[in-house]
Design a binder for this molecule. Structure first.
Ligand code: ZN
Ligand code: ZN
Length: 257
């Protein structure tokens, strides 16, 4: 479970990571901060907290760094509204750092997670947009504040890159809003493990699918492992369904078939 592991991490990992950052001469940065704030990151980033993987450390533009035993730190030099070590971890700064450190889709998913949790204000969002590379600013513009999970963010981001746009959190009579609607007909649901464990989950899903099928919708559901590790299968399913019901495929997507 995500939550439990985050809880464990917060107690054991945070203290250890902060100590390493301080030894190095700075404070925790980037994904190391996002984890502690409860911002959605992929499991492999989460797992890295337990292994000998890099601690991301912010030392400021000209911060002095110290040699220390076992240093594998990933160092960040951003200028910010304060100096390292003299304040509390800031989600906006961590996201700016992450934008320069992680693949675009990971930055996007973490940004949407932070926005949804209210960890980044409108002003913070503007600041993030201004301070990341120009060619990445569109990612901030694409971000919404209502993505339920990082999986939804990844799904929407990847389809966006293929020219497929989705309606998010769409209301359908008789059920709670669906994650995405594609072409007015296809419902896409991303089942994050953190929200959907439990014995009644399957029954609820079947009920949703029955209610929406009666209204003429078709549902595709994908879980964490599929979206993260088996993306081609997910994509082929979506494109296949689009084709079957006669939705035109954007050129980029058609090329993939
Ligand atoms: Zn980093
Ligand atoms: Zn170090």
């Amino acid at each position: 479970m995500h939550r439990a592991r985050r809880g464990v991490y917060a107690k054991a990992g945070l203290a250890r990571d902060s100590l390493v950052a301080a030894r190095h001469g700075g404070e925790l940065a980037c994904v190391s901060v996002l984890r502690t704030l409860g911002v959605w990151v992929l499991d492999d980033e989460l797992d890295s907290a337990d292994a000998d993987s890099p601690i991301h450390v912010w030392v400021g533009p000209s911060g002095r760094q110290h040699k220390h035993e076992g240093c594998g730190c990933k160092v960040h030099h951003e200028e910010w509204t304060r100096t390292p070590g003299l304040g509390t971890a800031d989600a906006a700064l961590a996201l700016i750092q992450y934008a320069g450190c992680a693949p675009e889709e990971r930055f996007f998913a973490s940004l949407e997670s932070a926005l949804r949790q209210g960890l980044v204000t409108d002003a913070g969002r503007g600041m993030i947009r201004r301070r990341i590379l120009k060619e990445k600013r569109w990612i901030v513009d694409l971000a919404r504040t209502d993505a339920d999970s990082g999986l939804e963010s990844l799904l929407r981001f990847r389809l966006h890159l293929l020219g497929i746009s989705l309606e998010s959190q769409v209301s359908i009579p008789g059920i709670t809003p669906v994650d995405f609607l594609l072409g007015g007909r296809i419902i896409l649901e991303a089942d994050g493990r953190e929200n959907h464990d439990g014995p009644s989950k399957r029954h609820k899903d079947l009920m949703r699918d029955a209610v929406t099928a009666a209204l003429g919708y078709e549902t595709l559901r994908f879980d964490y492992a599929m979206i993260v590790y088996r993306w081609q299968i997910v994509l082929d399913a979506i494109l296949g369904r689009m084709r079957r019901i006669g939705l035109s495929l954007p050129q980029e997507a058609a090329y993939r078939l």
